[in-house]
Write a protein that binds this ligand. Structure first.
Ligand code: GMT
Length: 377
């Protein structure tokens, strides 16, 4: 199949999922055309069956806001027509689904049929989607998509609750593309951040409000009072300065390491003992799955789709949003008991295997096939 994938190229979960999906499809022999405004962070160097089309909007002084959606729609018309694509798969509803819809209508006037699939990732529905000014367009695009997927059952339900749609929404979870067995920790790397007797607690995110960075620091502070440890923070975003300020106020600056944005978080996760994800909301929690995939148990909230990934008392623990006491207590249960920690590490990896690419890729391929069959009929 020749598939156009539209995505956000930045450090967000939806972009990571879209890029990894495209790479896996390309490895299986499909021809993949990524369409976005800059090189996706996880795309890496050039490889077989993968093509990248950049959308660039000219900076005309009349435009206070650049018309990205219009330029994207035009680019999609061009790529579908000249690369002879079979279908489009857009990740994140805003504005990708409406651009795909417009491209589809334009192409129809030229005798070209192009189905499009929309994958809902979370904030397009739970946060942005709740802003009523987006509602009519998102509802329309969901209804007009030839296939709709959501990354968790929780997100599927949220979509039905917030939008006027009765469209079938297929739940296709996020996935992990490679699952190494737990390797011995590279002590040389570990010693760059912590002493041998210290535990390493990690959090990776885009440091947006929804991630509750203040809770990450507060949980770590409580842990550190009882167990010598270091907090590694990978990523960057609006609330980084809040975390820095809290670390200074709590006098734990020497225990908190701000690593900044990293292209591949697995190196950080591999030296970690626990992963913290105290988010306000999370449609899936890809960061938690990535931690589990290298055998790191997860201390998280029980919000949104997280309970569909992290199993309480098995791969980690779940608490109510904001209950930093409970999250610190759960972390300490594991950090103070080596045997239990090692069982949870194995369990985390086992649980991650349920989300291996081999299981998830065929779900997308099946959906693609069904949409193409409808196109032929
Ligand atoms: O978490 C973010 O703010 C980024 C956002 C995105 O769209 O890139 O992540 C969402 O999609 C991820 C991939 O499907 C999910 O794993 C995240 O849970 C989801 N984030 C939220 O729902 C807050």
């Amino acid at each position: 199949m020749k598939i156009g994938i539209v995505l956000y190229p930045t450090y967000g979960g939806s972009g990571v999922v879209a890029t990894e999906l495209g790479k896996a499809l390309a490895d299986k022999g499909h021809e993949i055309h990524f369409v976005t405004y800059s090189q996706p962070v996880r795309l890496g160097s050039f490889r077989k069956n993968i093509f990248y089309h950049e959308v660039s909007v000219s900076d005309y002084p009349l435009f206070e806001f650049q018309p990205y959606e219009t330029v994207l729609a035009s680019k999609l018309v061009d790529v579908v027509k000249y690369e002879k694509l079979d279908l489009l798969h857009v990740h994140y509803a805003i504005p990708h689904a409406s651009a795909a819809y417009m491209a589809k209508q334009i192409l129809k006037t030229q005798g070209i049929e192009i189905p499009f699939i929309t994958t809902l990732h979370g904030t397009d529905i739970t946060l942005v989607g709740k802003d009523q000014s987006f509602e009519p367009v998102i509802t329309f695009c969901i209804n007009q998509s030839d296939g709709v997927t959501a990354v968790s059952d929780s997100l599927r339900k949220d979509t039905y609750n917030h939008f006027g749609t009765e469209r079938e929404i297929h739940v296709i979870p996020n996935f992990i593309d490679s699952l190494p067995e737990i390797k011995p920790i590279d002590m040389e790397v570990r010693r760059m951040y912590a002493k041998d007797e210290e535990k390493i607690i990690t959090h990776t995110s885009n440091f947006r409000k929804v991630k509750r960075i203040e809770d990450v620091v507060s949980i770590f502070h409580k842990i550190n009072l009882e167990v010598p440890s270091k907090l590694l923070l990978a990523g960057d975003g609006p609330d980084r300065s809040l975390a820095e300020r809290m670390a200074r106020e709590l006098d734990i600056c020497d225990k908190v390491v701000f690593i900044g944005k990293v292209r591949d978080t697995s190196n950080v996760l591999e030296i970690s003992d626990l992963f913290l994800l105290p988010s306000e909301t999370e449609s899936f929690g890809l960061a938690a799955l990535e931690a589990m995939a290298v055998g790191v148990p997860v201390i998280s909230t029980n919000t949104g789709g997280i309970p569909e990934v992290n199993i309480h008392g098995y791969s980690g623990y779940l608490s109510y949003v904001g209950d930093t006491e409970d999250m610190a207590k759960n972390a300490l249960i594991l950090l103070k008991d080596e045997e239990k920690l090692s069982v949870f590490k194995k369990n985390a990896l086992e649980r991650a295997k349920d989300f291996s690419i081999d299981k998830v890729l065929p779900m997308y391929e099946e959906l693609y096939e069904s949409v193409l069959v409808k196109k032929v009929v």
